[in-house]
Design a protein around this ligand. Structure first.
Ligand SMILES: Nc1ncnc2c1ncn2[C@@H]1O[C@H](COP(=O)(O)OP(=O)(O)O)[C@@H](O)[C@H]1O
Ligand SMILES: [Mg+2]
Length: 239
C-alpha cells in the first residue's frame, strides 16, 4: 500500500503541493483529476523520486520512501509512465523496452515479458528495430506504457496517457489501463479526461491548486458539484 501524508513540494519558492494526503491500496485503480496546474504531475514525480518533498511522509508497504532516488523507487516496484510519452527517440523500440527492464536480473523473465509486450502491442513488434522517435504519437504512448510495464512493477503511474491521441487510440489506452489492473497491479492514473477516468477507477482524488479537495468513488465524484464546477468550461467532459 502507498500512502502520502501531508506532502508538500515546491519548485524553488513556488509551492506546488500543499499538504497532499492520499492512499492506494492493493489492487486499486485510483484516478487523480483536476485542472491544469493543480499538482497532479508533481504528485507523481514526488512519488517516483524525481522531486523531494519539503515535508510530509510517503510510505510504501509501511516503509518511508520519500527522498529515495528514482531508481531505488523503481527497484521497489513503482513505475512512472511520464507525461508526454517520453521515449528515448534515438533508441530503437526494442532498446527502449530493454531500458524498462534495466534494474532486473532475471534474463529469462525479461525475455518472456518482452514477448508478452510484443503480443499485446503488435505494432511495437513490427517496429522493434526502428528508432522510437519515428513512431506515431499513439505508438510512442504504447511504447511508454510497455516500457513502464517491463520493470514488472507492482504499482504503475500513468500521467495523462490519453492526451493528444485520436479517439480510437484513447479507447485503446483506457483498455490497456484496465487490463493492467486486471493483472492485479495497482494503478495511479492522472487524466484530463475526467469522465473516462472516473468511470474506470475504484476511487478518485480531485486536486485544486496543490491540495486534494475531494475524494471518493468514481461515481461519487461524477455526481459531485465540485467536480462539475472544476471542469466547467474545461475540456474534461468534452470527450
Ligand atoms: N518545473 C517547474 N518549475 C516551476 N514550477 C513548476 C514546474 N512544474 C510545475 N510547476 C508548477 O507547479 C504547479 C503544479 O504543476 P503540475 O504538477 O505540473 O500540475 P498538473 O500536472 O496538475 O497540471 C503549477 O503551478 C505549475 O506551474
Ligand atoms: Mg500534468
Amino acid at each position: 500500500m502507498l500512502r502520502l501524508e501531508n506532502v508538500s513540494v515546491a519548485y524553488g519558492r513556488v509551492a506546488a503541493l500543499k499538504g497532499v494526503s492520499l492512499e492506494l491500496r492493493e489492487g486499486e485503480l485510483i484516478s487523480l483529476i483536476g485542472a491544469n496546474g493543480a499538482g497532479k504531475s508533481t504528485t507523481l514525480k514526488t512519488i517516483s523520486g524525481l522531486l523531494k518533498p519539503l515535508s510530509g511522509r510517503i510510505t510504501w508497504d509501511g516503509e518511508p520512501i520519500a527522498g529515495l532516488p528514482p531508481r531505488e523507487i523503481l527497484r521497489r516496484g513503482i513505475a512512472h509512465c511520464p507525461e508526454g510519452r517520453r521515449v528515448f527517440p534515438h533508441l530503437t523500440v526494442r532498446e527502449n523496452l530493454a531500458m524498462g527492464a534495466l534494474l532486473r536480473q532475471d534474463g529469462a523473465g525479461i525475455a518472456s515479458d518482452l514477448d508478452a509486450m510484443y503480443h499485446r502491442f503488435p505494432r511495437l513488434k513490427e517496429r522493434a528495430g526502428q528508432a522510437a522517435g519515428t513512431l506515431s504519437g499513439g505508438e510512442q504512448q504504447m511504447l511508454a506504457i510497455a516500457r513502464a510495464l517491463m520493470s514488472r512493477p507492482r504499482l504503475v503511474m500513468f500521467d495523462e496517457p490519453s492526451l493528444g491521441l485520436a479517439p480510437n487510440l484513447v479507447e485503446q489506452v483506457f483498455r490497456i489501463v484496465e487490463e493492467v489492473r486486471l493483472q492485479g497491479l495497482m494503478v495511479l492514473m492522472v487524466e484530463q479526461n475526467a469522465l473516462a477516468a472516473l468511470s474506470l477507477c475504484d476511487r478518485a482524488y480531485l486536486m485544486e491548486t496543490g491540495c486534494v479537495v475531494r475524494s471518493g468513488t468514481g461515481a461519487e465524484l461524477l455526481d459531485s458539484g465540485d467536480v462539475r464546477d472544476a471542469y466547467l468550461g474545461g475540456r474534461a467532459f468534452a470527450a
